[in-house]
Design a protein around this ligand. Structure first.
Ligand SMILES: C[S@@+](CC[C@H](N)C(=O)[O-])C[C@H]1O[C@@H](n2cnc3c(N)ncnc32)[C@H](O)[C@@H]1O
Length: 279
């Protein structure tokens, strides 16, 4: 691609028609993303450890009632939740399609002499296994899946849980994604960053699709030395609580509980919604 492809781009991006998500699974990108996961300067990719500690406490004390449990973390990233839950006595499995994150999680597991299992796999085709007390998908990634893939994840989770097991999903709230889709275009430059180790110009524009209730972000990364342009997109399905009740019900869950943000966390932004599903 070159600059004229940017000038000649279509006026609007249709959700999921220009790409699925940022390339978490691409090896070099995943290495750069791992730096962002590990950074304690911001909450991008993963939250800072002091916040993750609070989430894990809530999961351990309130959700699992301190009972040693079998846990599956979907989209586990570098395994920050898994390693903490394991230290509290839970037997954990993590799955993620980022090669660098899974490699990091496995190394940490070894150095902590823990016995958690990590799989480098796409959630959509991964066989979840069975008899889990808790399956979780944390930090808004659920919204990035197309609705049919989100249903596959819900159905597989339902089948993999014990009769009294629970599914914990942290979504981006409807209002957060609606605002995201209506955000103004922006750009920045970087000498070296998430999108390249070389100097680049990054430009993004957002779209809200009312019919699909989905936000799309179209991104261009322009290598300043060669002028070469890389285009990518990510997409976020917005859900209202009623949509989630219907979809989760169709995937086998009969009880749902919602929390605006993490209980006891002190985050009043309204950007996140926790959903706890039971069969
Ligand atoms: C926002 S990060 C959150 C990571 C982790 N849950 C946390 O909070 O620290 C989303 C994660 O989902 C993973 N992911 C996204 N789509 C995936 C897919 N189709 N299969 C497996 N992992 C996926 C990414 O690689 C990334 O590690």
């Amino acid at each position: 691609m070159n600059l004229s492809d940017i000038v000649n781009r279509s006026e609007k991006a249709i959700p999921w028609s220009e790409g699925e998500k940022i390339p978490w699974d691409e090896p070099a990108f995943s290495q750069r993303m791992l730096r962002e996961h590990l950074s304690q300067d911001h909450d991008a990719a993963s939250r800072r450890f002091e916040i993750i500690d609070q989430h894990v406490n809530w999961i351990h004390y309130e959700l699992l009632k301190e009972q040693p449990s079998k846990v599956l973390d979907l989209g586990c990233g570098p395994g920050f939740y898994v390693s903490r839950l394991s230290a509290l006595g839970h037997a954990c499995t993590g799955v993620d399609f980022s090669p660098a994150s899974i490699e990091y999680a496995k190394k940490q597991n070894e150095s902590e002499q823990a016995s958690n299992t990590f799989f480098h796999h796409d959630l959509r085709t991964f066989e979840f296994g069975s008899d889990y007390d808790l399956i979780m998908l944390i930090y808004g990634e659920f919204n990035t899946f197309r609705k049919p893939d989100a249903r596959i994840i819900l159905t597989k989770a339902n089948e993999a849980l014990k009769a009294d097991g629970r599914l914990l999903i942290e979504l981006n709230s409807y209002s957060c994604l609606h605002a995201f889709g209506l955000a103004a275009s922006s750009w920045h430059t970087s000498q070296s960053g998430l999108f390249s180790d070389q100097p680049y110009l990054f430009m993004e524009e957002s779209f809200w699709n009312e019919e699909m209730q989905a936000a799309t972000r179209r991104m261009f990364v322009i290598d300043t030395a060669s002028g070469e342009v890389q285009q990518m997109a990510d997409n976020h399905q917005a859900y209202k609580e009623e949509d989630l009740r219907i979809m989760a019900g169709e995937c086998g869950f009969s009880k749902l509980q919602f929390y605006a943000n993490w209980p006891g966390h002190g985050d009043e932004s309204g950007d996140y919604l926790l959903m706890v599903c039971e069969k």
